[in-house]
Design a protein. Sequence first.
Length: 236
Amino acid sequence: MRRQVSLEEISDGRLYGKNDMVRTDCGGCRGCSSCCRGMGNSVILDPLDIYRLTVGLSCTFEGLMTDKIGLNVVDGVILPNLKMSAGDETCAFLDAAGRCSIHAQRPGICRLFPLGRFYPPAETGTEDSNLRGFRYFLQVHECPMPNKTKVKVSKWVDTPDLNRYEQFVNDWHYFLEHVQERVAQEADEEIRKINLLLLKLFYIKPYDNIGPYDERDFYRQFGERLAMAREVLDLA
C-alpha cells in the first residue's frame, strides 16, 4: 500500500538494515494491544502470510474468509487483509486477554511494526528490482509504549531465513507495482481477469508444505507461480 506522506513526517529520519539496532522493543507488549485495534483494512496479507496461516491453523483460504480475513482493493489490485471486528474494531485474532492468538503465524506487517519498509524510487540504471531493494524505517508516531529498548532489526522481524524472506518481499512488492501500473491502463473486464488470476494463483491455490513451519518449499513454489504470472501477464 502506497502512503502519500514524506519519510520525514513519520520516521526518526534514519534508514536501517537488518543488522542495525533500532529502538522498538516493548518488552513483550505487556498490557497493550493498541496496534491490534482500529487498523481497518490496512494489514494487507501477502502469499507467505496466507501460507503461514493456512498451514499453522490447518485451514483453507476460504475458511479464513469466513470471519478472519477480507478482500480489499489496493491501488487497483484485490488483496486480502486482516479483519477487524464490527464492534470494537479489534483484530479477529486478538484473544479475550488482549493477546495475539496466532503469534507464531502472525503476518509480516505485524512482525515489522512499528518498523516500515522504504522502497527507493527508480533511478537510471536501477530499474531492476533486485538492484533497488528496500530499507527499514522506524514509524515514530505509531506505537504508544514508552521506554522502548534497542534490538537488532533481524531479531525484531523474527522470521526464518531472513535473507530469503527479504528477497521474497522485494519480488512481491515490485511484481505488484508492475501489476498496478498495468491495471491502471486496462478496462474493467481485463482488470477483473487479472485480479482473479492473482487471487487463484497466489492465495486460493494451496501450497504444498514439507513441514508445519518449514518455508523452504514455499519460496520455490512461489517463484514458479511468480514466473508463470509474469509470463501470462507479459510483465518483464
